[in-house]
Design a protein around this ligand. Structure first.
Ligand code: SF4
Ligand code: SF4
Ligand code: FES
Length: 366
């Protein structure tokens, strides 16, 4: 029993103060315990599907799923002992028995959470292998998302995310037992379902079963050889945080964004969620039509390339000329909700402080 008897539990002999809605998992993690999870996600209601987070609770005969079990005051919990380690190792070996070979990991050479966990708990890899009977989706013409049934462990992270976070319910668990798979209603393409192509199902999948098509086709380097750069999405004014995965050697050393991944849940303002544009529309960066050098219009209407210094001086001269001839209020400065707040601030500062007009606007203001 804990000291005050009603607001703490003991985790591996250490007292932890309880917080509202604590599960054994959340309280134990606060106490510094490492508990593996596969079906758990902070954004989703716990379901206890994968059984990788089992712990021992004093007085209970069976191991209990820590993600699903409410932390009752006074409970005494053990998160790591020989019995728990044996359970984890056997569980992972069973998952791998009808999954892809551990060494094969992913086509992009990235180990999935499942394979990393299996290695971490020392799961035996020499158990007899079973043929996967989970039904593959028929070829889906959607451009972004690939489902590979042989890697699925039916943890339902993808379907719960789709339902609870996106409120879309485009995908569901279908079938029974070891034939359980992920499907759309009537097996239609995601394009013909309610799917919004947010890619959240890819982000939460711990096995690589739900994955992005394009990197698969491009045979990307492993994630360890890509540089992750946290940045702010520039598609709208929300300011979502995302990670650019950059192949620094590509484009003759200029680098190339080859994939976008979402940061971990809890990263604000988007809590690790992205929309279709933020997650998949990154190829514009290297599009051949993209302007990378300023252009100055010649007298005959044609354009010539110019260095930045010259272009900025040219634009400033033109704007000052309008002010001189017609007054500052003949100028107007229009910014965009696709810029960051800081950039919008600078545009209004440029209008007011540098050119002396309050004529500044931004599309999100209408
Ligand atoms: S992309 Fe988004 S909306 Fe579509 S199935 Fe996945 S989670 Fe659901
Ligand atoms: S596709 Fe991935 S997230 Fe969905 S149930 Fe299978 S393993 Fe879990
Ligand atoms: S993480 Fe607890 S059962 Fe899956």
């Amino acid at each position: 029993m804990s000291d005050d008897g009603d607001s703490t539990i003991t985790v591996n002999g250490k007292a932890v103060a309880l917080e509202p809605n604590d599960t054994l998992l959340s309280a134990a993690r606060r106490a510094g315990a490492t508990i593996p999870t596969l079906c758990h996600d902070e954004r989703l209601k716990p379901v206890g599907a994968c059984r990788s987070c089992l712990v021992e609770v004093e007085g209970q005969r069976r191991l209990v799923p820590s993600c699903l079990t409410k932390a009752e005051p006074g409970a005494s919990v053990v998160t790591d002992n020989a019995r728990i380690r044996r359970h984890q190792s056997v569980l992972m070996a069973l998952y791998l028995a009808d999954n892809v070979d551990a060494a094969a990991t992913d086509d992009t050479a990235d180990a999935s959470e499942l394979h990393e966990l299996a290695e971490h708990v020392g799961a035996p890899l020499d158990w007899p292998r079973l043929e996967t009977i989970r039904e593959q989706r028929s070829i889906d013409r959607n451009p972004y998302i690939e489902f590979r049934a042989d890697r699925c462990i039916s943890c339902a992270r993808c379907t719960r995310y789709c339902d609870e976070v996106e409120s879309v319910s485009a995908i569901t668990l279908a079938g029974r037992g070891s034939a359980t798979t992920i499907a759309t209603a009537d097996q239609v393409s995601l394009m013909d379902s309610t799917c919004e192509m947010c890619g959240g199902c890819i982000a939460v999948c711990p096995t690589g079963a739900m994955t992005e098509k394009r990197p698969l086709l491009q045979l990307l380097k492993p994630a360890t050889q890509l540089k992750k750069v946290r940045t702010t999405c520039n598609y709208c004014g929300v300011g979502c945080q995302l990670d650019l995965n950059v192949d620094e050697a590509a484009n003759e050393g200029r680098g190339q964004v080859v994939k976008i991944t979402s940061p971990e849940p809890g990263t604000m303002p988007n809590d690790g969620n992205l929309c279709v544009k933020g997650r998949f529309a990154y190829n514009f960066v290297d599009h051949e039509d993209r302007l990378t050098t300023p252009l100055i219009r010649n007298a005959d209407g044609s354009y010539r390339e110019a260095p930045w210094d010259e272009a900025l001086a040219y634009a400033a001269k033109g704007l000052l000329g309008v002010k001189e001839r017609h007054g500052a209020d003949a100028l107007g400065f229009v910014s965009s909700s696709r810029c960051t707040m800081e950039e919008n601030y600078l545009v209004q500062k440029l209008a007011r402080a540098a050119f002396g007009t309050n004529n500044c606007h931004q599309c999100a203001a209408t």
